[in-house]
Design a protein around this ligand. Structure first.
Ligand code: FNR
Length: 368
């Protein structure tokens, strides 16, 4: 007996439904993390080590949840992050996420390894809806250059280069499930002799260039005017390097716990990064995003208190889409928005700019 959509009261509820209705290999690909999935679990539990320090008697009748990311307006400080292979969960694939994002004025990051073609996803956008491109850098730089130039031409507003995946992590659930292939149109043509015995992730990722390094960043800056963001930064020193290389932003992320197991969670890294940036007067030189394990508006608010400009959310929208299609994603976004307004009121903030480090107690993060 599957719950009806109205019985999903929070983002985690969608996961249980998706697990019941999805084919095993698809479920395995979406839900898996690397190795023992310790990082994947930590992405959730790290938020529980942070406590609020709410203000009272602040006028919170009107709460404004809007903000900007990379200079573009959006209704709320979360975005749909890039997740590959949307058609494993829904026959229409990523355009389902595009439509829901349009309805809620939420930014969508388009994955290199989408099941729909890049153009199908851009064609599905409405009006001046904002989309970004997530880039896996191909060993063949001409392929990569064409992807980037095309994305800019089609109006993408940000280039997120994934830097935490020189090799794909081992996701054993996925490897065991014998993926039989709904490939990605963007990269399919590159390599038809992929080894599908190693699960979906391995099958589609053989083109990724493990030699990518800091030396390549000026090249990307030279081929595009889109702001460049490094996705998958995991320590302070690399954020400082990113500032030196003049990129617009970083996403503190461990790829949803799918890459290096026992890598730290984004929220924990954020708590270390912001004081170091402030100490050097660099906090306005770069936008800091995090993703991983964000399931509640309180998680988003904690990240913003600590200095994040916004947060990415992956699996919950995939599960909502797999369980209920576009209606599911709409409801997931609406639930988060309602939670966000309520919790802003309860913490004593009526706009995003009011959130600051004094509103959270992070001592629990540093006493392991
Ligand atoms: C991802 N992620 C990801 N990241 C990326 O840069 N390129 C990609 O192709 C993918 N693909 C992908 C597929 C699936 C099924 C998942 C779950 C994740 C990582 C993603 O962008 C993000 O970092 C995490 O999903 C955030 O964690 P949560 O919200 O899923 O916990």
């Amino acid at each position: 007996d599957m719950p009806i959509l109205e019985q999903c009261y929070n983002l985690v509820d969608f996961e249980a439904v998706a697990k019941q209705v999805m084919k095993r290999p698809a479920w395995a690909y979406y839900s898996s993390g690397a190795d023992d999935e310790i990082t994947m679990r930590e992405n959730h539990s790290a938020f529980h080590k942070i406590w609020f320090r709410p203000r009272i008697l602040i006028d919170v009748e009107h709460v404004d949840t809007s903000t900007t990311m990379l200079g573009d307006k959006c209704s709320i400080p979360f975005y749909v992050t890039a997740t590959a292979l949307g058609k494993l969960g829904n026959p229409e694939g990523e355009v389902v996420l595009t439509r829901a994002a349009a309805k809620h004025d939420v930014i969508q990051m388009i994955p290199t390894l989408a099941s729909c073609s890049f153009d199908e996803i851009v064609d599905a956008k409405q009006g001046d809806q904002v989309q970004w491109l997530q880039l896996y850098v191909n060993k063949n730089r001409d392929v990569t250059r064409r992807i980037v130039e095309h994305a800019e031409k089609r109006g993408c507003k940000g280039l997120f280069i994934t830097v935490d995946a020189p090799q794909l992590g081992r996701r054993e659930k996925d490897m065991r499930s014998k993926f039989d292939g709904i490939g990605s149109k963007v990269q399919d043509t590159e390599d038809d002799n992929v080894d599908r015995s190693q699960g979906a992730a391995r099958a589609i990722s053989s083109f990724i260039d493990p030699s990518l390094s800091w030396k390549d960043i000026p090249y990307f800056k030279s081929i595009t005017k889109m702001p460049i963001v490094l996705k998958g930064v995991q320590r302070v020193e690399d954020v400082l390097m990113a500032v030196e290389y003049g990129v617009a932003g970083v996403v503190l992320s461990n790829h949803g716990g799918r890459q290096l197991d026992t890598a730290p969670s984004g929220i924990e890294v954020l708590a270390e990064v912001m004081p170091e940036l402030r100490k050097r007067g660099l906090e306005n030189k770069i936008e800091i995003y995090i993703d991983g394990g964000i399931r509640r508006a309180t998680d988003i608010i904690k990240a913003l208190c600590l200095g994040a400009k916004g947060v990415g959310i992956g699996r919950p929208f995939l599960f909502a889409m797999s369980a209920y299609g576009e209606k599911g994603v709409n409801r997931a976004m609406q639930l988060l928005k309602d939670e966000f307004v309520m919790n802003m009121r309860l913490i004593g903030a009526n706009k995003v700019e009011d959130l600051n480090p004094s509103m959270v107690d992070t001592r629990g993060l540093f006493t392991h």
